[in-house]
Write a protein that binds this ligand. Structure first.
Ligand SMILES: Nc1ncnc2c1ncn2[C@@H]1O[C@H](COP(=O)(O)OP(=O)(O)O)[C@@H](O)[C@H]1O
Ligand SMILES: [Mg+2]
Length: 420
């Protein structure tokens, strides 16, 4: 309102002042006109002040708005940074592409996966060498919706993934899409290991079960069978049943070692080794093998005593069974690089070098018949490896075919100072 009244009051005052200049205007009128025009000027001054106050207020409002805009911009930048940090911190590879399959952003894991330092601004196809992923992106771009499929990469290494692509919206007149890759290679490998394991277990159980069945049938079908033959068959049935029990026991030991964290106690190693040697003495005599020990006294471990005994028994039993008559087995203990080492060395048949990497696998045997005849289940070394590794240790083997083998178990040594 003041904007209109200011010029009006000024105009009125000017007109009235001009009118005072009329030649034959009575004196009283002139004075009255001067008085009214002065009033008009005062009014104009009043409106001018109001306009000034309004201008000041508007200036203040504009400054406030500018400040708000700046803080909004700052918040937007912060949000963008947070979003990028969120994407970068994701433990799976995430790529952001436009509809022309040009890369706009790749998170840290994606850069590691594909072995690039920078990926932005380049074509998805040229970076991943994966045509299937490119086709999936085109499909997502056509539908502007979420699509997913199993995608296999061969670059930079073989990977089986589940890829999901979803629409993010439009920026700078480009449609953006996010690509997430979930690596299923390890899962598929474990699935295969599980399938192989089940197949192996079934196979291991089937053989003795088939023998028991056929032996029992023979006895059943032949009531006239001579007593000694019947006795021999019954003994065979008992042996096969024992074998089944041994496999079941070893499977149980293995699954316990895998699933449970060992409950640990402090104990001295030498008495445990002596106990194991004593338990295996009869078996050693049967195989005409001599057992020696070279033990470092007062060597202590913080470990599960029963499980470590099991480890030594399994290694000793192998060293005796895969030995030659008149052969020997030496158990040594010593400390090396803060590790307690249990060494079981034999003068036995040895292990061919091509079989060495496989002997810790479940059910793997170099000589199946020899292992079975000696009551082996093919699980002894798998049990050793699991127990040792669950104690934070390691197991290694050196062997020369037909000369002998040395198994070395390394476990963290227990220092008295650990207690304080
Ligand atoms: N001390 C050793 N000397 C020679 N071969 C060995 C020795 N220890 C293990 N092996 C080989 O490794 C295989 C796997 O051992 P293990 O897991 O204990 O199963 P097994 O029940 O057959 O003894 C054995 O079948 C044998 O072929
Ligand atoms: Mg064994």
């Amino acid at each position: 309102m003041s904007f209109r009244w200011l010029p009006a009051s000024l105009l009125l005052s000017a007109v009235l002042l001009l009118m005072t200049a009329l030649p034959n205007l009575p004196g009283a009128w002139r004075e009255a006109l001067i008085a009214v025009s002065l009033g008009g000027i005062l009014l104009a001054l009043y409106f001018a002040r109001r306009i000034h106050a309004r201008c000041n207020l508007m200036h203040q409002q504009i400054t406030d708005l500018n400040e708000q805009l700046e803080s909004l911009n700052l918040e937007l930048t912060r949000q963008q940074r947070r979003r990028l940090a969120l994407i970068d911190g994701m433990p799976i590879p995430l790529l952001i592409c436009d509809e022309d399959a040009m890369l706009r952003h790749a998170n840290r894991v994606a850069l590691e996966w594909f072995g690039f330092r920078h990926m932005t601004g380049k074509s998805l196809l040229a970076l991943t060498f994966c045509y299937d992923l490119y086709l999936l992106l085109l499909k997502a771009a056509r539908r502007q919706s979420t699509v997913s499929a199993e995608i296999n990469f061969s670059f930079p290494k073989e990977r089986h993934t589940e890829a999901t692509i979803w629409y993010l919206g439009e920026t700078d007149s480009h449609h953006l899409f996010a690509i997430a890759l979930i690596d299923k290679s390890e899962l598929l490998r474990l699935e295969q290991v599980r399938r192989d394991f089940v197949a192996n277990v079934s196979h291991e159980f089937r053989t003795p079960l088939a023998s028991i069945r056929s032996l029992a049938e023979t006895i059943h079908d032949d009531p006239e069978m001579p007593h000694p033959t019947r006795q021999r068959f019954l003994n065979l049935i008992v042996q096969e049943a024992d074998r089944l029990t041994r496999i079941a026991d070893d499977l149980l030991t293995l699954s316990r070692a895998e699933s449970m964290q060992p409950t640990k106690e402090v104990f001295e190693l030498s008495p445990l080794i002596q106990q194991a040697v004593q338990e295996m003495e009869a078996e050693a005599q049967r195989h005409q093998v001599i057992l020696h020990t070279e033990l470092q006294p007062e060597l202590k471990l913080l470990a599960n005593r029963d499980q470590i005994l099991q480890v030594v028994l399994n290694l000793l039993s192998n060293a005796i069974r895969y030995n030659k008559p008149e052969g020997s087995v030496t158990v040594r203990t010593y400390v090396q690089d803060l590790q307690a080492v249990i060494e079981v060395a034999d003068t036995g048949v040895g292990i061919p070098s091509e079989a060495l990497p496989r002997i810790f696998e479940r059910f793997y045997r170099v000589d199946k018949t020899r292992s079975r005849e000696g009551g082996g289940t093919g699980l002894g070394l798998a049990i050793v490896k699991h127990i040792v590794e669950s104690h934070g240790g390691s197991v290694e083997v050196e062997s020369e075919y037909r000369v002998g083998s040395t198994f070395r178990v390394k476990l963290p040594v227990y220092e008295e100072t650990q207690n304080s």
